[in-house]
Design a protein around this ligand. Structure first.
Ligand code: SF4
Length: 386
């Protein structure tokens, strides 16, 4: 066990070791773990069934919330963005995105049977009406440099520790409305989770731990720009149960390298090979994220190449008209162009839908998780293809 490990990132067996060194009985480990990971209590003073001396000892040993909530921004559509103040400076964000049962069913019945299976239990009639997805961050800034992304333009400041990743879930749950239920977790906030694999892995193991939050890995989706070794490790470590979303954004190396610099390291063919090898359970699909940027990757030819690239893969494609960011003058195509692109995919039998913008009045939409309060400089200007 690393001495650097924050108490919130400890598994029950690691707590047992620590508490034994305090002269405590082993069952205390389960008690402390459950306070943190089931009830979201990270302040020892609130752990009322522990003795006063142990509570003081835990405080002394550094058990506390790893960050503070600096601000909560609410969008008109119910999306809530939490700005989190990190130890040592810097802010990251996580976003609660509600989806009403009616809206979700409408979208899902047409487009996304897998998500329906993961999100809705037909026998669960007493379930709360509002299903919420939480989008969390794994890094402060990002090293990947995707041209349409505010975080990417700011560069990597540091990776988050597992406790900082898990605590986003524990803290965000406090901001759920009484009728809401946290159903899905997506690693799509600031940072590239597979560029920060060990802490991401530990965080998922904690979130899915049966004595803690006990979230099913099927309700978790990790999003990546396509770091092939990380995709392979994720597939091996969770037997394909954790959902995978790939930011593809272009069907060929020339276009993709202009949008995602990481494509030069792991080109399209290598990425697609890794997707074919991902141990996807039956009835699950890989999500392909495709941000449509006017004049860059939105032509009919791009759509046709995308269809042939994805042939033989179990995928669903999310088309995301680019959200504007202040650092860039790139923009979304017209809605007619978006519709044409979508029709090409749909008529070739590719499951796809156009993502509805959520929370863009609070900069919580995809690619807008910036380093709050710090100006972003555009690294490289991207001109439309001639
Ligand atoms: S889209 Fe994701 S991987 Fe790319 S720069 Fe932004 S945060 Fe990083």
């Amino acid at each position: 066990m690393s001495v650097e490990l924050h108490p919130v990132a400890r598994f029950p067996e690691e707590w047992r070791e620590v508490l034994q060194s305090f002269g405590e009985r082993p069952y205390r480990a389960g008690q402390v773990f459950r306070w943190i990971h089931q009830r979201g209590v990270m302040d020892p003073e609130q752990m009322t069934d522990l003795g006063k001396a142990l509570r003081a000892r835990l405080t002394e040993a550094g058990l506390a919330e790893p960050f503070g909530v600096a601000e909560v921004l609410r969008s008109k559509d119910g999306t809530r963005k939490l700005l989190l103040e990190l130890e040592g400076g810097g802010r990251v964000e996580c976003v609660l995105i509600p989806m009403s049962r009616e809206a979700a069913e409408g979208e899902i019945s047409a487009q996304d049977a897998d998500a329906a299976a993961a999100s809705f239990d037909p026998e669960d009639q007493a379930a709360p009406r509002e299903r919420v997805t939480l989008c969390i961050s794994t890094q402060y800034g990002c090293a990947m440099g995707c041209v349409f992304c505010a975080s990417g333009q700011a560069g990597l400041q540091r990776g988050l520790r597992a406790d900082e990743i898990v605590a986003q879930v524990l803290v965000a749950k406090r901001y759920l409305e009484p009728e809401e239920d946290l159903r899905n977790l997506v690693f799509m906030g600031m940072g590239e989770p597979l560029h920060h694999y060990d802490q991401t892995l530990r965080a998922i193991q904690l979130i899915t731990h049966p004595e803690g939050l006990g979230m099913s890995p099927r309700r978790i989706t990790v999003s990546s720009v396509g770091l092939v070794p990380g995709i392979r490790r994720l597939g091996e470590d969770f037997g394909g149960k954790v959902g995978l979303a790939i930011s593809l954004h272009a069907p060929d190396n020339e276009t993709r390298s202009r949008i995602l610099p990481m494509n030069q390291r792991y080109p399209v063919e290598e990425l697609i090979r890794a997707l074919h090898e991902y141990p996807l359970p039956l009835r699950r699909r890989i999500t392909i994220e495709y941000t449509l940027i006017d004049g860059i990757n939105d032509s009919v030819e791009h759509a046709e190449r995308l269809v042939s690239l994805l042939s033989g893969l179990r995928v669903k494609v999310n088309l995301i008209p680019m959200n504007p960011i202040s650092a860039s003058d790139l923009r979304a195509p017209t809605s007619a162009r978006v519709a044409t692109f979508r029709e090409h995919l749909a008529s070739a039998g590719v499951s796809c839908f156009v993502r509805v913008r959520r929370g863009d009045d609070v900069d919580a939409a995809c690619g807008q998780l910036a380093l709050h309060g710090e100006p972003i400089k555009l690294r490289k200007k991207l001109e439309p293809a001639s």
